[in-house]
Design a protein around this ligand. Structure first.
Ligand code: SAM
Length: 309
């Protein structure tokens, strides 16, 4: 469902992350980009071609914890062919496509989610009215804003500073004051035990460690009070959640991706969706796309669990 990451970004774009985020994404622990792979992408041969990236490679190395730093540094020094280095770069960019989108082009991401509206019946399942709710992986607030209109307090958690900044502006513009923004990730939620009535995570939490995994789920359970609910909206792998005791529900109704203008639809389709989508827009000349054209299920399914302790 997306275009070539190496066409959208270059390795130098990793400079957009801060030290905390380099540690978050280049790590042996979560597997997003293992330090050995990142090291091969930043391998230097001292030529003019690799020189501009040397400084960035050194800054990244300094940010990593000692074990990962050693692996990264060794991989950078090992002699590899140009093809091997290019292949490592493509893989890194591919794995970090969404992270780079969030950090370098957050407005493009905002434009994408503005079209992909989710089924808000998920908030009824989460029982959010008057409640204290954690929006985990909040992004630019596709769920945070509707949540804030119904909940007492919302904690919006996300590792991406540019997305949190955009969310902050949107909340201010909407006059919503009951949302606390927190920078952080699923595996360490900066909230006390049993402090929320519900957790929602939309298109954010998944089985692999980089997107939460078992550690992240334990954290979501820890902060949820007994009897509270965890609701995973639009899960990419419902079977994993079912194996963890969740119930899978598909809400009724029809959803279509709808953009404010045809120009918006074109920009998003060209950047994120690819040929099937642009051909559809060409044929219809309307700023709408059915989910089936993208080969994606519509965002009206969820996995939910009532927490027992
Ligand atoms: C596809 S976006 C969805 C954002 C928002 N929930 C929505 O529906 O528009 C995925 C979000 O998860 C966040 N994210 C990625 N890895 C994360 C992690 N390990 N812990 C918490 N959030 C994470 C990203 O920064 C991004 O904002």
């Amino acid at each position: 469902m997306r275009i070539d990451a190496a066409a959208a970004f270059s390795l130098g774009d990793l400079a957009v992350f801060d030290a905390t985020h380099w540690r978050e994404v280049i790590t042996t622990a979560s597997g997003a980009v293992p330090p050995a792979l990142a090291g091969r992408a930043f391998a230097s041969d001292g030529t003019r071609e690799t020189l501009p990236l040397d400084d960035l490679g050194q800054r990244i190395a300094r940010a990593l914890p000692p074990d990962d730093r050693a692996i990264f540094a060794q991989a950078r020094q090992r002699a590899i062919t140009t093809n091997e280095r290019e292949s490592a770069r493509r893989t890194v960019l591919d794995r970090l496509f969404w992270e780079l989108t969030y950090w370098k082009t957050p407005k493009e991401y905002e434009r994408l989610t503005a079209g992909e509206q989710i089924h808000l019946g998920a908030l009824d399942v989460a029982r959010v009215d008057g409640a204290v709710v954690l929006d985990a992986g909040a992004g630019t607030g596709r769920v945070t804003l509707p949540l804030a209109r119904r909940a007492r307090t919302v904690y919006a958690l996300d590792p991406s500073l540019p997305l949190l900044r955009l969310l902050d502006c949107k909340l201010a513009a909407a006059g919503l004051r009951n949302v606390e923004l927190h920078r952080g990730a699923f595996r360490h939620v900066p909230l006390p035990d049993n402090s929320v009535d519900a957790v929602v995570a939309c298109s954010a939490f998944g089985p692999d460690e980089a997107r939460g995994g078992k550690c992240g789920l334990d954290e979501l359970m820890r902060v949820t009070r007994p009897g509270g609910r965890i609701v995973i909206i639009w899960p990419s792998d419902p079977t994993w959640f079912i194996a963890q005791g969740f119930t899978y529900t598909v809400l009724p109704g029809h959803l279509t991706i709808t953009f404010p203008t045809l120009e918006d639809a074109w920009e998003v389709a060209t950047r994120f969706y690819g040929l099937a989508a642009t051909s559809h827009l060409d044929a219809t000349a309307r700023p709408e796309l059915p989910f089936h054209v993208l080969g994606v299920k519509p965002p009206r399914d969820l996995c939910w669990l009532t927490v027992r302790k």
